[in-house]
Design a binder for this molecule. Structure first.
Ligand SMILES: Cc1cc2nc3c(=O)[nH]c(=O)nc-3n(C[C@H](O)[C@H](O)[C@H](O)COP(=O)(O)O)c2cc1C
Ligand SMILES: C=C(O[C@@H]1CC(C(=O)O)=C[C@@H](OP(=O)(O)O)[C@H]1O)C(=O)O
Length: 389
């Protein structure tokens, strides 16, 4: 059985729930490290008031005993502390004029799921769409990805993420090791290593917020320590770069993805794009550069994975755009719900975890076993085969 998960839960419901199936037994879980990832996702300049209410922590309610996975499905929950403020709105069928009825959403926000979801599911209170389309769900995905991250870490695979740009402000490319990148960007409220860009990004986010507007950006994820050959060229849905692209664009508000130099590859000749092949006794086969971002033929090359994602600006605007009242069909401005002005730094954490998940899944497809020990033996055997090639 390949690794899979589902999430459930509404943004203002009692909790988010995730069930992961296919994890091997004997994976030692570090709960502090898991919660650290959840808390990283809550941070970042530009977030709204909701993040001051929540203190995301994962409770593992199945599949783990004495700190280790047993091979059974792992069930994770993340509580919504805000639930206590929404209990009546979420539970009581509103009667006209009641407080609950006032929270009905009927003027869809351009850029959010409101209108499409209302039409598709035939729902006249667009809150029923909003509750599930909210990026609150990404807390569950980070919890799941943080477990996958620990699985990969057990085999020396490391993950980092940072912000490349917000609006027109681009951070200088940091020339740092993966460990340095992780620690330097952790300290930054916008998750960049470039102090000048950091200040300009903060100012831009503040200006957007004061103007009732929002701003998007580009984030990058890097994964090191991978063996060659995760994913496969033989079938379209086994190409790991393609699977990662799907995962990235599935994040709320993500509209584009680049692998390696990405769109730049369309502008320069092949001689400046492809990574020349080298071999030494010490390193085996390796590359002179990594413009491919760690992929050829849908398989890892053994060089770091480098993937970028594009996040559009947040759709809820405090200075709302034009919309239509779904009851009267009259023009109206869109509804204003409590909102972030910029969630690009937080979204970089989400992207790290959805990419990590896809890599972990491909890792288990290749080296799969029912226990960590069996996987280790499979990996060691494969590494010997590659070294002897
Ligand atoms: C971390 C994060 C936080 C977000 N916060 C908000 C928010 O406060 N308000 C909002 O309107 N959209 C927010 N979004 C984006 C919406 O969830 C998203 O635009 C919406 O679900 C529609 O999906 P689409 O943009 O992918 O088409 C956020 C996205 C992420 C990743
Ligand atoms: C709750 C989170 O983000 C939310 C994502 C979101 C949206 O529309 O996507 C709208 C806001 O929801 P609320 O109205 O509850 O403040 C954000 O706060 C989170 O990231 O945990």
């Amino acid at each position: 059985m390949s690794l899979r998960y589902l999430t459930a839960g509404e943004t203002h419901g009692p909790q988010l729930t995730a069930i992961i199936e296919g994890l091997p037994s004997n994976l030692e879980l570090d709960f502090e490290a898991l919660n650290f990832q959840l808390q990283r996702r809550q941070k970042g300049h530009g977030r709204g008031r909701r993040m001051q209410i929540e203190t995301d922590t994962a409770q593992i309610v199945g599949g783990v005993r004495h700190g280790r996975t047993t091979g059974a499905p792992v069930a994770v929950i993340v509580e919504n502390k805000d639930w206590k403020h929404w209990t009546s709105v979420m539970n009581i069928e509103p009667v006209e004029g009641s407080d609950e009825a006032k929270r009905r959403v009927f003027r869809p926000r351009p850029g959010h799921a409101d209108l499409n979801g209302g039409l598709k599911y035939n729902l006249k209170d667009l809150r029923n769409v909003l509750e599930r389309s909210s990026a609150r769900e990404t807390a569950a995905r980070v919890a799941v990805g943080a477990i996958a991250r620990q699985l990969l870490a057990a085999f020396g695979i490391k993950v980092a993420g940072h912000v490349v740009s917000i609006g027109e402000v681009v951070a200088a490319t940091p020339n740092l090791s993966i460990d340095e990148l992780i620690s330097v960007t952790e300290e930054s409220p916008v998750r960049v290593a470039d102090k000048d860009a950091e200040q300009k990004m903060i100012e831009l986010i503040d200006r957007m917020k004061s103007e009732g507007d929002t701003i998007g950006g580009v984030v990058e994820c890097i994964i090191t320590g991978l063996p060659v050959g995760l994913g496969s060229h033989v079938q379209w849905d086994r190409k790991l770069d393609g699977r990662i692209a799907q995962a990235v664009v599935s994040i709320n508000a993500f509209k584009g993805v680049e692998v390696g130099i990405g769109f730049e590859a369309a502008r320069i000749p092949g001689s400046k794009v492809h990574d020349e092949i080298l071999h030494t006794a010490e390193k085996g086969f390796h590359r002179a550069s990594n413009r491919a971002g760690g992929f050829e033929g849908g398989m890892t090359t053994g060089e770091p994975i480098v993937v970028r994602g594009v996040m559009k600006p947040i759709p809820t605007l405090y200075k709302p755009l034009a919309s239509v009242d779904i009851d009267t069909k009259e023009p109206f401005t869109a509804q204003v719900e409590r909102s972030d002005a910029c969630a690009v730094p937080a979204a970089s954490v989400v992207m790290e975890h959805v990419v990590t998940w896809e890599v972990a899944k491909a890792f288990l497809e290749k080296f799969g076993g029912d226990s960590i020990e069996e996987i280790r033996a499979n990996l060691d055997n494969y590494i010997r085969q590659v070294e002897a090639y």
